[in-house]
Design a protein around this ligand. Structure first.
Ligand SMILES: Cc1cc2nc3c(=O)[nH]c(=O)nc-3n(C[C@H](O)[C@H](O)[C@H](O)COP(=O)(O)OP(=O)(O)OC[C@H]3O[C@@H](n4cnc5c(N)ncnc54)[C@H](O)[C@@H]3O)c2cc1C
Length: 251
């Protein structure tokens, strides 16, 4: 069975890693911080987990009396469920660029620590963190959603490899958000990706890099994708990659 490396432990990456490991695919989930696995957009969030997901499995223990999802309990439950899967290795690290083989093919990622992490298939689920800048009044931070730290290395490497990216801005100035702030970040240009298809329908938020067949993108790094959509895209990509990496499919 071939291996899969998932970079980024938000909703998309956690669902993908969970779905693969459940299907006995050797999977590594590499993310900047294990404390921020499965981050909701905010605490006490009124959302409905998509069916057949890690999130739907643990939603009951993360639900408050008003039926909203609580961020802390969801993170704890997601971490517990991921860490107990025998086929999944969960690693805290930061991917700084793509690792490439002799023919330029993607064979994993390079990391801050030095040694590359290799896999047959690499999936970037890096959300709103590619070249992210959070602006609040006169202050500008290198940060993505929830003010989590963003580092530019991976974005710079993708750009140097020739992948076309575009800027996207999420501005938050609505009810109860004071002071207002905005996060600007890169996403992959849509025509760089061949969308994942399930039953003839294109899945929103998941696509394979046209120029590097071993590289996929899932979740908010593909465009304007909310958390339920990111989770569903991770779920659907897991089913697809498990089929595609099975010994039967490789014959
Ligand atoms: C300001 C803002 C507000 C938003 N508000 C909402 C909202 O109200 N409702 C909604 O549905 N959606 C909202 N979104 C969209 C939100 O990003 C998605 O809903 C959801 O977080 C997408 O999940 P994801 O897994 O794709 O990405 P993320 O949740 O962003 O997860 C990406 C993960 O990848 C990790 N990572 C990034 N780079 C690296 C690297 N180089 N190496 C290792 N790990 C890395 C990050 O640490 C993070 O854990 C908002 C986005 C922003 C920016």
């Amino acid at each position: 069975m071939r291996s899969v490396l998932v970079v980024g432990g938000g909703a998309a990456g956690c669902e993908l890693a969970w779905g693969l490991a459940q299907r006995a695919v050797a999977t590594t989930l590499l993310t900047t911080s294990l404390d921020t696995l499965y981050a909701l957009p905010a605490d006490a969030w009124p959302c409905v987990p998509p069916p057949a997901t890690l999130w739907s499995e643990v939603a009951a223990e993360a639900r408050d009396a008003a039926g909203r999802q609580r961020a802390g309990p969801l993170r704890r439950a997601a971490k517990r469920e991921l860490e107990r899967l025998p086929h999944l290795r969960v690693v805290q690290s930061n991917a700084t660029g793509l690792a490439r083989g002799d023919a330029g093919e993607v064979v994993g990622v390079r990391t801050w620590e030095g040694p590359p992490v290799r896999a047959a298939v690499t999936v970037l689920a890096v959300g709103s963190f590619l070249g992210a800048r959070l602006t609040q009044g006169p202050a500008v931070e290198h940060a993505g959603r929830l003010s989590e730290m963003a580092y530019d290395d991976l974005r710079d490497d993708l750009r140097a490899a020739g992948l076309r990216l575009r800027r996207q801005t999420v501005a938050l100035d609505g009810d109860g958000i004071a002071p207002p702030y905005a996060v600007e970040h890169d996403v992959v240009e849509a025509d760089e990706l061949e969308p994942l298809r399930v039953g003839g329908r294109a899945v929103v938020g998941a696509g394979r890099a046209r120029r590097w067949p071993g590289l996929w993108f899932v979740g908010a790094c593909t465009g304007d994708v909310g958390i339920e959509t990111a989770a569903a895209a991770g779920r659907d990509l897991a089913a697809h990659l498990a089929d595609a990496t099975s010994p039967v499919a490789q014959r």
